[in-house]
Design a binder for this molecule. Structure first.
Ligand code: PRP
Length: 210
């Protein structure tokens, strides 16, 4: 019997890249090519069912078993501390998590550092590892504005090309961790659909650059 593998893909450019990769290794789904607002697509012959989900929700679907596997940025896995298996580093969506601020920023040891970020857990863990007390200002986007407007001292954010920082006169002050897309699996699915998931993992792996 052909057991279906449920795959959560992040909506957007990363997801399309991942779908193209999966299609090239035998997990195509013709219906995915029709442009529509549908969120679920199934290809019985290839044994796959795809879900388009918000990128920050991929690991939640996988952790809860609604999807067996998925592709998600390491930034989201670190922020959500998702309880999933991380099977492959797909080596795309490459960027880094970093502390950034004004070029002339000098920390004042007498004051608590104000950190603006979309990633409060990553920022808290990073500064805890330095035994540094901080105040987190949680934002949802345009993080670079915070130090420019004097709302925070620094930001903890994704840096990909560095263009956003540059165009806003900010610089990387410290690197925290490299980030890239990861192929993840639900822990129970990995046990019960092991053959299919490992087969998919191996086929993807064979297609990745060294
Ligand atoms: C992300 C991130 C930076 C930018 C980094 O923002 O928060 O602002 O991309 O990319 P770069 O180094 O290539 O310039 P995103 O585009 O997700 O928008 P947001 O501000 O709404 O979070």
């Amino acid at each position: 019997m052909n057991t279906m593998i449920n795959i959560a893909l992040p909506k957007g450019r990363l997801g399309e890249k991942v779908y193209a990769l999966l299609e090239s290794v035998g997990y195509g789904c013709e219906a995915m090519k029709e442009s529509s607002r549908k969120l679920i697509f199934e290809d019985e012959q290839n044994g796959v069912r795809y879900f388009w989900v918000k990128p920050s929700d991929v690991a939640i679907y996988v952790e809860h078993g609604a999807a067996d596997v998925g592709v998600v940025g390491k930034d989201i896995l670190l922020e959500q501390q998702s309880d999933v298996y991380e099977l492959l580093d797909l080596k795309f969506g490459v960027c880094k998590m970093a502390v950034a601020g004004k070029r002339d920023f000098h920390p004042n040891p007498a004051k608590v550092l104000k950190v603006a970020t979309k990633f409060p857990h990553i920022a808290s863990r990073y500064y805890a590892s330095l035994s540094q007390e901080i105040e987190i200002i949680k934002l949802n986007g345009s993080i670079e504005l915070a130090p420019i407007l004097g709302m925070s001292d620094v930001i903890v954010d994704i840096v990909e090309t560095g263009t956003t920082l540059k165009e806003n006169d900010l610089v990387v002050l410290q690197d925290i961790v490299p980030i890239s897309a990861r192929f993840i699996a639900n822990k129970a699915s990995f046990k019960f659909k092991n053959e299919q998931i490992v087969c998919m993992q191996n086929r993807i792996c064979a297609h990745l650059p060294d």
